[in-house]
Design a protein around this ligand. Structure first.
Ligand code: HEM
Length: 520
């Protein structure tokens, strides 16, 4: 009897709370819409109502699972692990494909399945299109004016839209020819090695970089160019310093900014050097009437006067930072992917053979064009599988919730940091059979059903800006290389490349040597 009374009481309380929540939800939504037009006391009341709604929503939604956190440190130690993407993926096996980590006052939510990532980034894109604000992020992004690190705003949308249109125009006009030329140059570089064991990492970086510098500055370089070296060293140093704990500590513990910090001083110096280099390249483009097709397009955007409804002008800083975005986003990513492709092919030589056979049969003896990709399923499957196993931006770039929202029924408060764990989604055992094994044939067998679960370029408002360029590059570089060469290990099985790699902002394979034999 007593038990029956208790349960009746609990049901009644829950019902009452639920009704109260509905009432508060309704009133708070109405008040929020009119908040600006209200008198001060009414506005205060409405805000209180809204806070009450927030508290009740939090109470009603289940709390996010996650590993235990230490006092003060929270889960910071989890974030300093060597191979962060695979560590976050192993946590997903314990806590599920959505879990939280705490870092000081900040809550981070890690999404490790394609379904969750799509829900947040694509379906609810306006809620999760923000970027975290940070002191050091502002310094490296010209005050938050880069596309990749700038927060979501009307100004940012216009910036991205104009740069995106410039890229689309360039893709249509000259991208194919630029990549073909670089693929042929790379072919010659490899032929010159005359089958001696080589590490191709730098050659891939130069090839990928030349595609971008041709489009941006109308210039290409060879491997020994001091100018190219300066540009790469500077950009790589900025990316690696910015990711270091010495620098991120300045964002979480502002007090540290008062003390000397040599890595931070180096970062500032490199940012200054980068800006000088880019300024002089842009000046060159202006003086020579803009050879680089993207920059020409961006500089035109700068010259136009703004329309009434849609502004069409970019500031000098926006053009400058767009160039930085394209150089950083477009070099190490494509190069790292090519290097991974060779590493995996050394482990499964029969895949090389199948792709080579396909290229010879379908194309006779000519070089492939991007439009051939639909007739080359083995080549396309190889590209998808390498992107799946080693997404080169394994944790994308952190997002920020721009307002209170939810993912998979969990309440996500405004300003929560969202980490799309693309690496985890691509190793999800519920979607991929034998997820850790390199098996391009999986994309042939299930007739593309699982390509929806492939999210190497992110999605939604923050979808990789260079996706179309990257896809054409991966296809043409891979097809040219595999048509002309056979990649062979330098010795026995123990000389095969390590397949775990080193994870930072970009996931790269560890250095390895290979013998490249020209096909007859
Ligand atoms: C294999 C090649 C590439 C992969 C896998 C890749 C992947 C990604 C990913 C996962 C993001 C983050 C998306 C997010 O925040 O949710 C991103 C952003 C970005 N990527 Fe790429 N990328 C590649 C090549 C390129 C190229 C070639 C360029 C430029 C030419 C580029 C430029 C950018 C830019 C500017 C952003 C920032 C977009 C924004 O915040 O709105 N990427 N990329």
């Amino acid at each position: 009897m007593f038990m029956m009374c208790v349960s009746a009481f609990s049901v009644a309380t829950a019902l009452l709370l639920f009704l109260l929540w509905i009432l508060v939800f309704y009133l708070s939504r109405r008040s929020c819409q009119h908040l600006c037009s209200l008198s001060l006391p009414t506005a205060v009341q409405s805000r209180r109502l809204f806070s009450l709604y927030r508290v009740l929503t939090e109470c009603f939604s289940p709390s996010l699972p996650g590993p235990p956190s230490l006092p003060l440190l929270g889960n910071m130690l989890d974030l300093t692990r060597g191979h962060l993407p695979s560590h976050l993926t192993s946590l997903a096996r314990c806590y599920g494909s959505i879990y939280r980590l705490r870092c000081g006052k900040t809550t981070m939510v890690v999404l490790s399945s394609a379904q969750m990532i799509r829900e947040a980034l694509v379906k609810k894109w306006p809620d999760f299109a923000g970027r975290p604000h940070s002191y050091t992020g502002d310094l490296v992004s010209g005050g938050g004016f880069s596309i990749s690190l700038g927060d979501y705003s009307e100004e940012w949308k216009m910036h991205r839209r104009l740069v995106h249109s410039a890229l689309q125009r360039c893709c249509a006009q000259s991208l194919h020819a630029v990549i073909e030329r670089q693929a042929l140059t790379l072919r010659q570089v490899i032929l010159d090695y005359k089958e001696s064991p080589v590490d191709l990492s730098k050659d891939f970086t130069v090839a990928a970089s030349n595609v971008i510098t041709s489009l941006v500055f109308g210039k290409e370089y060879n491997k020994s160019s001091a100018e190219l070296q300066r540009l790469h060293d500077c950009l790589n140093e900025i990316v690696s310093l910015w990711g270091s704990p010495w620098i991120s500590a300045l964002d979480t513990l502002p007090l540290l900014r008062r003390f000397p910090n040599p890595p931070f001083s180096r970062l500032l110096k490199e940012v200054e050097r980068r800006d000088e280099l880019i300024r002089s390249h842009l000046q060159d483009c202006k003086d020579k009437n803009a050879d680089g097709i993207i920059t020409a397009s961006l500089l035109q955007c700068q010259d136009q006067t703004g329309g009434q409804s849609q502004r069409t002008t970019l500031t000098e800083t926006q053009v400058h930072m767009a160039v930085v975005d394209l150089l950083i986003g477009g070099t190490e990513t494509t190069a790292a992917w090519l290097y991974w492709m060779v590493a995996f092919l050394l482990h499964r030589p029969e895949v090389q053979f199948n792709v080579y056979n396909e290229l010879c049969t379908v194309l006779d003896s000519r070089y492939p064009r991007y439009s051939d990709r639909h007739r080359l399923p083995c080549t396309s499957a190889l590209i998808s599988e390498v992107l799946r196993l080693r997404p080169v931006a394994p944790l994308a770039v952190p997002h920020r919730a721009t307002r209170d929202s939810s993912i998979a029924g969990y309440f996500i408060p405004k300003d929560t940091i969202i980490i799309p764990n693309l690496y985890g989604a691509h190793h999800d055992p519920d979607v991929w059979d034998d997820p850790n094994t390199f098996k391009p044939e999986r994309f042939l067998e299930d007739k593309g059903a699982s390509t929806r679960a492939l999210v190497p370029f992110g999605g939604g408002a923050r979808l990789c800006l260079g996706e179309s360029i990257a896809k054409m590059e991966l296809f043409l570089f891979a097809a040219y290389l595999l048509r002309d060469f056979q990649f062979l290990p330098t010795g026995n099985k123990t000389s095969l490349p390590d397949l775990k790699g080193v994870a930072s902002v970009v996931l790269k394979a560890k250095p390895f040597h290979v013998i490249v034999r020209p096909r007859p």
